[in-house]
Design a protein around this ligand. Sequence first.
Ligand code: GAF
Length: 385
Amino acid sequence: MGAAQQVAGAFEELYGTAPDGVWAAPGRVNLIGEHTDYNDGFVMPFALPHVATAAVARRTDNVLRLHSSDVEGGVVELSLDALEPGTDQEWTAYPAGVVWALREAGHPVTGADVHLASTVPTGAGLSSSAALEVVIALALNDLYELGLQRWQLARLCQRAENVYVGAPTGIMDQTASACCEAGHALFLDTRDLSQKQIPFDLAAEGMRLLVVDTQVKHAHSGGEYGKRRAGCEKGAALLGVDALRDIAYDDLDASLERLGDEEEVRRLVRHVVTEDHRVERVVALLRAGDTRAIGPVLTEGHASLRDDFQVSCPELDLVVEAANSAGALGARMTGGGFGGSAIVLAEAADVDTITKAVEEAFAAAGFKAPRVFEAVPSAGARQES
Ligand code: GAF
């Protein structure tokens, strides 16, 4: 039985009727472009095969019933009229936040029964929460015939996360989940959400991309992410621009000089401006068919996140160091940082050696064993049945 059928079957057992449909939305890996999305910059994620799957049925009585097979406990019943930002600290805040954001934007959503099951690892920097948000947004968009486009759903999901959940994240993860296509990475300009699908089929070129989940759990509602964001906004204000995206790479040195003794802001600005430039370099290399050459750019990005933006951790640094020493083409942390996952670009023939090297390095350092898997660029959100 496929995942969609299983989730539909569980819905029927739970609620006593069949769902109106089943939808799926993926987690993501970000190839390059980290902490640029809330600076109006460039990002380049691709969708994972891991998905949040939701069986959903409409209701007409302003009630939302939520259940997840991944969380202990029964059905949670919420009144739509009582949904209030900042009041829910549980997983239910993500789907409820989406319903809140839709209704707040004036969309006539009158309730739903939902059963969810997700294969996206949680707390691993792979956007399990965006997958939850997007699957609900897409299901309600279809069921209530709201006619919203994918990028609009992503914006509403971001609003749910920023305002309802209270995590000050950018737009990358929701857009990735909603808009990615199989076999492609998504080159996204987060200023206007314009997008280009860039073919990214590593297997055809004899390479692989590994995800190494360090098992160090992270969260965005914690203060560090917000502090980086505030520091970037301060940098933009000091430099007199709307967002750091507006600092041209060629003007970086002059801009850093203008920041004088604002040492911390200088580091943040340097990361964001060089990272936007790295995204453009990676896009150019992929377009030129020079895929192997992106490896060193990924590693450079890691150094910038570690030294300038300071969002890495010893486990992520060790993945990058051990993988590169064992012959990887390049490696970097992916996602917000402070734990979570790293990605490793490798020749297919070197995957086993590199995996072993990373596992041994973790054991030698006394770290919890990492979880390593291959990431194949997969489809974005869709209706399954
Ligand atoms: C997290 C956030 F949710 C994204 O918006 C992005 O800022 C990312 O960290 C860092 O690039 O995944």
